[in-house]
Design a protein. Structure first.
Length: 342
């Protein structure tokens, strides 16, 4: 019968068509390294550094896009300083950490950009400390224009956009030649933005005039040390750590500059300075620890434990009331006649 017949064995057929695929040349070195043993790959440090490194044309393309953001961020900060007192500019510029935290969570470049309550607390501590530090050394002056405050906020947002987007574009520090990047940024600003001098002059926004020797010297020193060297170290530090740590590190310049005034010029400050400097330093080290321990969020852990403790305590208090109200809907032989059992 058909039932007694053994089931047919499944047959597997292989296609005789053979196909050869060739990897692009950009992936050839990576494919070769993936087939090599770890000690052999470790010996070839020079080859590892060249894997994925951006070429000069790729660096030029990235610099062309970011030169406008970089220029507008610096222009906004300098314009704010000319319209508003330094204390207000520093306070509003410190909000760049908050913008960086939000943008990095929306456009993450790695796992360290995840939004946590502990990072938010660190940013709030930094902003609050900057407020206290500037209140301790600011002069009382009224009637300042709000345009400078708007420029400060615009500069803070542009700095956040600048660092978050460049980290999203370049995920590793060894892929981007940072001196070449800033060289192209300066070259594009020189070639593309010089018509802005005449535009500002003929619109009456700012008169164009050649600076004297003293101003030329200040511009050169500020360009070499205050812009090139500081921006290079800052961007390199952001690549090595995270965009949030790099942004919070900028707030450290405020209490450090005041400490330098205290040591060199013997300037005395009130207790507000010390009350504000501690949270600024503390917030920087908090963000460093959080990123080091892979987005550890102790604030969220503490809130969950408190919530679980409250719910547990509330549940324990309600158990006697619920046991008194329970009754057996189906009569059982094990229930005593007095009805004491439940």
């Amino acid at each position: 019968s058909s039932a007694s017949q053994a089931p047919k064995k499944p047959r597997v057929r292989f296609s005789n068509i053979m196909e050869i695929r060739q990897l692009p040349s950009s992936h050839a070195l990576e494919a070769k390294l993936s087939r090599m043993s770890y000690p052999t790959v470790k010996e070839q440090e020079s080859i590892l550094k060249t894997v994925g490194k951006l070429t000069a044309s790729q660096v030029a393309k990235i610099s062309f896009f970011f030169c406008f953001v970089w220029f507008l961020a610096n222009f906004s900060y300098q314009e704010a300083l000319s319209d508003t007192q330094v204390a207000i500019v520093n306070i509003l510029s410190s909000t760049s950490g908050l913008f960086t935290l939000i943008l990095a969570a929306v456009f993450p470049s790695n796992s360290g950009d995840r939004f946590t309550l502990s990072k938010l607390l660190a940013v709030i501590l930094s902003i609050g400390g900057v407020v206290l530090v500037n209140l301790s050394g600011s002069e009382k002056s009224a009637g300042k224009d709000t345009i400078g405050s708007i420029w400060s906020l615009v500069g803070a947002m542009l700095y956040a956009v600048y660092i978050v987007m460049i980290k999203r574009k370049v995920d590793r520090e060894d892929k981007l030649d940072i001196p070449m990047f800033f060289g192209f940024v300066g070259l594009f600003n020189l070639l593309l933005l010089w018509p802005g001098f005449f535009l500002l002059h003929y619109t009456g926004f700012e008169a164009f005039e050649f600076p004297n020797k003293l101003i030329w010297m200040c511009i050169v020193i500020n360009g070499l040390i205050g812009t090139v060297l500081s921006e290079f170290l800052w961007l390199w530090g952001c690549f090595l750590t995270s965009s949030l740590i790099g942004t919070l590190a900028l707030s450290l310049t405020i209490p450090l500059s005041i400490i330098a005034d205290m040591c060199m010029q013997k300037v005395q400050f009130s207790w507000l300075f010390f009350a504000g400097a501690v949270p600024v330093f503390f917030s920087f080290f908090i963000a460093t620890l959080l990123c080091h321990y892979n987005n550890w969020d102790p604030v969220m852990v503490g809130i969950r434990r408190i919530f679980a403790f409250i719910c547990r305590k509330h549940r324990i208090q309600r158990m006697p009331e619920e046991s008194e109200q329970c009754e057996s809907l189906i009569p059982m032989h094990s229930v005593s006649q007095d009805g004491d059992g439940c």
